[in-house]
Design a protein around this ligand. Structure first.
Ligand code: RAM
Length: 331
């Protein structure tokens, strides 16, 4: 908790003892920092954080992020949030290490710092909220591809940035279970940086370099849409299946065209909601981020921190032609 907030609370207490409720006006300001702005996944999470703010009543959400997916851009954002003396920073990091010095500075100033979605190294945050078990996500993305390839085949990964903690962890978890799929060959991993145009070009490159490619696994909501478009534009629907992690609202067209048979994701609105609740509970000293701690996430239950100060929210859910209509208007 910041010194100013402690003083504000003490003043609030004094004032309320005098019979007024000045404290109610002292909002807890929580910054939700995205990898970059303009990404529907983070916009959905910001909607969830706003839901939490509404429920809590005395919270202001500052949804922010750089214009492109760089650590440098996030460092500028963090420094500006320190200058604004926010109460908490909840960041999905473009690089687990590069943002640490700026986040340490924030913590030294009394700002609560947590990471969510894409983690920060433990020394740069109090806790990390993963959307789901990392191992489960890694296993899910390869299974989605393999289920459509009973005879086996060649798959490539189109990731986000090469420094992105979450994608790198999920790909590593996927590689651990590749032995369960002896007929599936992973031929390449390329990076589209969560930019639609770069992801599209990288997919074109894969299609050219591997004319007999059977599937593209894109564990990024930006990459998967661009890859499906590139496959469709190349006339390769039915030959190359695009799968991975995506939003039903953005992938409905790809399911309809057949460029994607199925994909998975957790609820990003719930993730943003849970993140805001955790940030609030830590910033107001309702909870302490230490191994074994159970910290409230409002309607999402509690997060139990492991020895690395990490917790997981829920499980990924698979979308395909049978349910996309129902979910495409939700997130
Ligand atoms: C993109 C981002 C985000 C990731 C989703 C699945 O929006 O890379 O970090 O969790 O995809």
């Amino acid at each position: 908790m910041s010194i100013t907030r402690r003083i504000a609370l003490a003043t609030g207490l004094a004032v309320s003892l005098m019979g007024t409720t000045a404290l109610a006006q002292d909002n807890v300001r929580i910054a939700l920092v995205a990898k970059s702005l303009g990404n529907g996944f983070f916009e959905a999470a910001a909607r969830g954080a706003e839901e939490a703010a509404e429920e809590l009543g005395n919270v202001e959400i500052i949804y922010t992020g750089p214009t492109s997916t760089t650590a440098e851009g996030q460092i500028e954002v963090i420094n500006s949030l320190i200058a604004q003396r926010v109460d908490a920073i909840a960041i999905s990091a473009n690089d687990p290490d590069a943002v640490v010095p700026a986040l340490k500075k924030a913590m030294q100033r009394g700002i609560t710092v947590i990471s969510w979605d894409s983690g920060v190294a433990p020394e740069g945050r109090e806790m990390h909220l993963a959307p789901s078990s990392d191992a489960l996500i890694g296993q899910t993305i390869i299974k989605l591809a393999a289920d459509q390839l009973p005879e086996g085949g060649k798959v490539a990964v189109l990731s986000a940035t090469s420094t992105s903690t979450n994608q790198n962890t999920w790909i590593a978890e996927m590689e651990k279970v590749m032995g369960d799929y002896p007929n599936i060959e992973l031929v390449a991993t390329v990076y589209g940086d969560d930019l639609a145009d770069k992801s599209y070009r990288e997919t074109q490159g894969l299609l050219q370099s591997y004319p007999d490619l059977d599937a593209i696994i894109a564990p990024t909501s930006v990459g998967i849409v661009a890859a499906a478009q590139a496959v469709q534009d190349a006339g390769k629907v039915g030959e190359v299946n695009v799968t991975g992690l995506g939003l039903p609202s953005e992938m409905a067209g790809a399911i309809e065209s057949g460029a994607s048979k199925s994909f998975a994701i957790w609820n990003p609105v719930d993730l943003g909601y849970a993140t805001a609740m955790l940030a609030y509970n830590l910033a107001t000293d309702e909870a302490e981020a230490e191994p074994g701690a159970e910290i409230g996430m409002g309607r999402m239950g509690t997060a139990t921190l492991d020895e690395n100060g990490q917790a997981a929210m829920s499980e990924p859910f698979t979308y395909d032609a049978s349910n996309i209509e129902e979910f495409k208007s939700v997130f």
